[in-house]
Design a protein around this ligand. Structure first.
Ligand SMILES: [Cu+2]
Length: 139
């Protein structure tokens, strides 16, 4: 009789462990802390239409989400490619100079039309990507 009691106690403990395990599993699954997804970011250039020159140039922009809210605390990098083939891409790591405002140095290697691909890792881990164009003239 005692053996049976010990056995059922062990079984009860096992069941309890499973219950705790599963409740943790499901509670973490539907956590209310899940960030709302930012499906689209808006890139707002500080000086839209600015003419950039061959050589080192800074690009300053603001990042906003679909609701128009500023996106602060993101890790932002830029990749520049020309619109014709045969050119090496250029890269710039941006720093956040003000909340939601990012600045990167780009070493433009040729005059012409450049397509800048912005890749941002938001503070909640989401990755977003957006493209914009800049015009570069000879110095
Ligand atoms: Cu080129």
């Amino acid at each position: 009789m005692r053996e049976f009691a010990e056995l059922s106690a062990a079984a009860a403990r096992t069941v309890l462990v499973f219950l705790v395990f599963f409740s943790l599993l499901f509670s973490s699954d539907c956590s209310s802390k899940t960030p709302k997804p930012v499906t689209k970011v808006t890139v707002q250039l500080e000086e839209p239409g600015k003419t950039h020159h061959v050589g080192p140039e800074s690009i300053t922009l603001k990042l906003r989400d679909a609701q128009g809210e500023i996106i602060a605390g993101a890790q932002v990098e830029l990749e520049g490619n020309m619109t014709h083939a045969g050119m090496a891409p250029i890269f710039g790591q941006a720093i956040e100079v003000a909340p939601g405002m990012y600045r990167a140095m780009m070493q433009f290697s040729m005059a012409g039309d450049w397509v800048i691909t912005l890749r941002a890792r938001l503070s909640d881990g989401q990755q977003v990507e957006q493209q914009f164009e800049v015009k570069v003239v000879g110095s």
